[in-house]
Design a protein around this ligand. Sequence first.
Ligand code: UGA
Length: 461
Amino acid sequence: MKVSIIGTGYVGLVSGTCLAEIGHDVVCVDLDQSKVDAINQAKAPIYEEGLDELLQKNVGCRLRATTDLDEAILSTEATLIAVGTPFDGNEIDLSYIEEAAAQIGRALKEKPDWHMVTVKSTVVPGTTEDVVLPILERESGRKAGRDFGVGMNPEFLREGDAISDFMSPDRIVLGGIERASRDSLKELYAPFSRADILETDPRTAEMIKYTANSLLATMISFSNEIANLCSEVGNIDVVDVMKGVHLDKRLTPILETGERIVPAFTSYLEAGCGFGGSCFPKDVKALAAYGKSHGSPMRMLESVVEINRDQPLKMIAMLKNRFPDLRGMRVALLGIAFKPGSDDIRESPALVILESLLKAGAEVQLHDPVVDSISGLPFLEHAMEVVSDLSKAISGADAVLITTRWQSYAQLPEILQELDDPPHVIDGRRMLEKTSVSNYSAIGLASDWRQMIDEELCSVE
Ligand code: UGA
């Protein structure tokens, strides 16, 4: 199929590149000339594992980028809208979606053939049918369902794994206003013959996306709330508690061989210093606000947001418990990206912790294997350097805070063993064995845990 994609952000570019890889002719459209130029030179304007390689394979044959939206619509049969939907605190901002729909509508006025328009951006239920469709009809002077198709096709891509998530989908949700729209979407995804395809209406497709992310965020805040209780009452380590919970065969089914399947889902049932990124925080808040505006307050999701807002600050509370005055203290903050495998710092719990440390007068050394500096944050006057050498980051530190689950932090016990006066470690991701370093505090563990420990207990054979 000939496909145009409006917006070359994360979702648009990954989807466009992968659609080209599976054999479609793809045109990516963006207002930003520098992004268009980069894509046409097969260079990804964002960091995503494997994306550059796929661009190099497809640019020049099945993939190109342009700033000319009209030309892109006229030369293709289907268009995906993948522009941003920022959340302003009350609702998601649909202005980019509305602008894209208006431009597509005006282009469709000049196009006699049937055309398929699909929303791929994350939008609250009703947006495709009640906002996008009327704009398309108004601007084109044509009738949806008769002259053009309308659909909603949410994405389920994890940053860092986006290419493999797209190329090996667990599900494809196709929301169409009628049969022809759903059939057109099915044709787009026809190469994924083994994936589970759910055909539905746009409203349900929109709700599926929010519900999926809200469920995962709820699992995280649930685990964090249990962790906070464990550290409060003492004598219970949340890691042991979660081990016991994960052994439920409904979470980790037992094969006939006796082995357990450990679904990736269980990784959202681990305690830590909170979730971040461009999706969970925004989507949970947006769904909660949507529920409220429809007379159905989402009390549980509001708590999910609240727990997550406070969770990074548990790290500061633990630090202050050990060092009441943080002025002049040297703190190494390990992990700035919101999760391992990504250089994205949006809504990263580390930033909340950093702001609090700086306000308290601590001297902070940042470490991350892929982020090299941070700037432009409201609480930062100047850009801050982020080092990638772990030993350098912790050298001279009074305390080390682990905020992202980067694999390289597993070496910390070894590195710390070499030091005469090792720093206090506060583990915000429960990565280290608690007895592997001499001064250890962690989320979900009472401050006096050492007096209570019985190492023979709670090991799972
Ligand atoms: C998430 C979803 O997992 C994708 O399915 C979805 O398509 C995507 O949002 C989206 O809406 O675009 P992503 O934001 O890339 O993907 O990140 P995840 O890997 O799901 O992690 C999200 C956050 O949860 C990270 O900050 C991570 O550190 C945190 N997390 C994860 C925890 O705090 N605890 C856990 O146990 C697991």
